[in-house]
Design a protein around this ligand. Structure first.
Ligand code: F6R
Length: 258
């Protein structure tokens, strides 16, 4: 796993966006996996800037989002479809039909999850999956105890995640208790994983994910199983990493080599 520690959130967002942009420039019809939440907002801002100022072209890109709240239609202000439209899709030249977010309002969640997995396969699989990390160590909404082989399905959110995400809702009781989430197994099939982690409240989870044992109790630890995972963390999120000096050393050596 590559660990890149950046001095602040802006630097982290620019560095992470550069990885996405390099892929899209190299493979214009890339399949990208996207996350919602606060962590990737800076990355998306930077992609918008690269589109506007450097002509980064998304016209042939296909995207799949990690998750959606059960019960929220796509036009609900707290739905993840709405989040993606507002924070990225409405500002770049991606055809809306190329963008996929799991449905939170299907009459048959199991069938709609199966369809989502099939759409990913039919698109040729995900080239690069963007991830955040929950303060309980989750990726997507794979809460502690989620099988490392899990697929897209309906999950029940932990109280900690409901607390964490209540900042986006008027009342804590408005936060849905269930979500549709890509599974850990689905995520591990992406050809490359890119995690962004920012802030002190992520330090313990990130340290456990990167340096602790691989366990379904911290589903982000599954990144250790992936041959091409890169983590961009700011100083605060990196605060719990025991091997930090070594990660910095590796980055210094690779800069010298290039
Ligand atoms: C959202 C998602 C979640 C978030 C995580 C961190 O699509 O997959 O795993 O990445 O909950 O959320 P923030 O970035 O808001 O701290």
């Amino acid at each position: 796993m590559d660990i890149v520690i950046c001095r602040n959130y802006d630097a982290l967002s620019r560095a992470a966006a550069r990885v996405v942009a390099d892929l899209v420039n190299h493979k214009p019809d890339a399949v990208l996996g996207f996350a919602t939440g606060s962590s990737p907002v800076g990355l998306y801002k930077e992609l918008i800037r690269l589109h506007e100022e450097e002509g980064l072209d998304f016209s042939k890109v296909t995207t799949f989002n990690l998750d959606e709240y059960v019960g929220l239609p796509g036009d609900h202000p707290q739905s993840y479809r709405h989040f993606m439209n507002q924070n990225l899709f409405d500002h770049i030249n991606i055809p809306v039909q190329n963008t996929h977010v799991p449905s939170g309002t299907s009459a048959n969640h199991a069938a709609s999850c199966e369809w989502y997995e099939k759409r990913i396969r039919d698109a040729g699989g995900i080239d690069l999956q963007v991830l955040g990390i929950g303060s309980d160590g989750h990726i997507a909404f794979n809460e502690p105890g989620s099988s490392l082989g899990s697929r897209t399905r309906m999950v029940t959110l932990t109280e900690q995640t409901i607390d964490d995400n209540s900042r986006f809702f008027k009342r804590k009781s408005d936060v849905p208790r269930h979500a549709i989430s890509m599974g850990v197994g689905t995520i591990l099939e992406a050809r490359k994983l890119l995690m962004v982690a920012s802030g002190k409240n992520k330090a313990a989870a990130l340290a456990a994910a990167v340096e602790g044992p691989i366990t379904s109790m911290i589903t982000a630890s599954a990144l250790q199983l992936h041959p091409e995972a890169i983590v961009f963390a700011d100083d605060d999120a990196a605060a719990g990493l025991k091997m930090r000096a070594y990660y910095d050393w590796i980055q210094k050596q690779s800069k010298k080599a290039n």
